[in-house]
Design a protein around this ligand. Structure first.
Ligand code: KE4
Length: 426
């Protein structure tokens, strides 16, 4: 029995599924999770001492890699001054000023996770518009706040149904579900619920159905439809924020949202989320305005130190984005060649990639769901066996970081080229 298996056995006795977040349990790929012990740069080591090239990077936060010197040093300095005060600190001002400068928003509020950022942004949108309905997209994930754990209802143009136990039907009823990359589906919902939709929330690049880029005109179309209907546009940039460009998807695609949510990279590996937008909207938030939101550890000085150190490097080193895109393109091209003998699609935006095991191009959630999950399982296990640590679900992304080298990208390609053809992986 490996140490990971021993730990997993113990973990399952005291934690649901043995994990603190479901995807980590590796249930969809039918293996036990490898418990990790440490990371450095683009590598991680499990508790049995096996080394991997890391393609998860904590699900996105570690765009500079594990144990980035500047981040570690900043955290070390902050810790020695105290872990938390529950009072304003200079670091929060520095962080807010930097986020507004990088993203072009007027004001930002720090919270402790992407979920909390989305929950707060939705409340603000409802408070600011006086409307209660929200449009989301099937296959997009925005954290686990009740209003987002909703699937399309029976009547396509009416409110949704709970997608989790514990979500009241009344709450689900106010969430409408459209289809990603399908503007007419949004238009129809806005028309059928005229004057009632507070916001449309979208992952500007869908990454929780696997990576599905926005089709040309999709984001621009959402902007137009929201303007025509007095509906706010919310970009959930928990994944894309500070990853696609310093200004995230707003900069990358040249489309401005009314509210934006952040997480992951903004915390440098520490628990940080944020939401922001125009001054007019953000001044509706307590203590200035009537929309209440609060948090004991919001703006925590240690978390701010980590996030600030990472964002400052991203802001001051634009070549990082060129490197991420170049290596992403190298991996995309190499994987397409390595997998050319089987039905597979490689979707990529910058440093975000997903391999879908299906014949047809994946431009929608339905197309993503046509993937062969048995093939995906072989893919995941074949990579893991060869020392490549990737997402244990077809509907997630691979995340490149600035510490990945060309040689490591080539190694990933070489490993991919063995899985479906070499005996030991069949
Ligand atoms: P958190 O509450 O996990 O910090 O953020 C929720 C969230 C919000 N919006 C988007 C677009 C997200 O991708 C996420 C969380 N991402 C998942 C990975 N797809 C986190 C991994 C996990 O759930 O363990």
């Amino acid at each position: 029995m490996t140490r990971s298996e021993q730990l997993f056995e113990a973990a399952q006795k005291v934690m649901p599924g043995g994990v603190n977040s479901p995807v980590r349990a590796c249930r969809s790929v039918g293996t036990y999770p490898r418990f990790l012990d440490r990371g450095l740069g683009s590598h991680v080591w499990d508790v049995d001492g096996k080394e991997y090239i890391d393609l998860i990077g904590s699900w996105g936060p570690l765009i500079l890699g594990h144990c980035c010197d500047a981040v570690e040093q900043a955290v070390g300095e902050a810790i020695r001054k105290g872990l938390s005060f529950g009072a304003p600190t200079a670091a929060e001002v520095d962080m807010a000023e930097l986020v507004c400068e990088m993203t072009g928003i007027d004001m930002v509020r720090m919270v402790n996770s992407g979920t909390e950022a989305v929950m707060s942004a939705l409340r603000l949108a409802r408070g600011a518009t006086g409307r209660s309905k929200i449009i989301k997209f099937a296959g997009c994930y925005h954290g686990h706040t009740d209003a987002m754990l909703v699937k399309a209802g029976s009547g396509a143009l009416t409110g949704g149904a709970p997608d989790s136990a514990g979500v009241p039907a009344e709450i689900a009823g106010d969430t409408l579900t459209a289809s990603y990359n399908d503007l007419p589906s949004v238009e129809a919902l806005l028309k059928a619920n005229s004057g009632q939709v507070a916001a449309v929330i979208v992952e500007p690049v869908a990454a929780n159905m696997g990576v599905v880029p926005p089709q040309p005109g999709f984001l621009e179309g959402l902007r137009r439809l929201c303007d025509e209907n007095g509906t706010l546009l919310i970009f959930d940039e928990v994944i894309t924020g500070f990853r696609l460009a310093p200004g995230g998807a707003q900069e990358y695609y040249g489309v401005r949202a009314d509210l934006v949510t952040y997480g992951k990279i903004i915390g440098g590996g520490m628990p940080v989320g944020a939401y922001g937008g125009s001054r007019k909207l953000m001044e509706q938030v307590a203590p200035l305005g009537p929309v209440y939101q609060a948090g004991t550890l919001s703006g925590n000085p240690v978390a701010m130190a980590a996030g600030l150190a990472q964002l400052r490097i991203l802001k001051s080193t634009p070549e990082i984005y060129e490197n991420l895109d170049r290596r992403g393109a190298m991996l995309e091209k190499g994987l397409k060649q390595a997998l050319s003998g089987i039905p597979a699609q490689v979707n990529r935006v910058g440093s975000l990639l997903t391999v879908f095991f299906t014949e047809s191009p994946v431009t929608s959630y339905d197309a993503a769901r046509s993937s062969d999950l048995t093939q995906f399982r072989r893919w995941y296990l074949g990579l893991l066996e060869q020392g490549i640590y990737s997402a244990p679900s077809q509907f997630e992304a691979m995340f490149l970081c600035n510490a990945h080298t060309d040689a490591e990208i080539q190694r990933i390609i070489d490993c991919a080229g063995k899985i479906f053809w070499q005996e030991e992986y069949l």
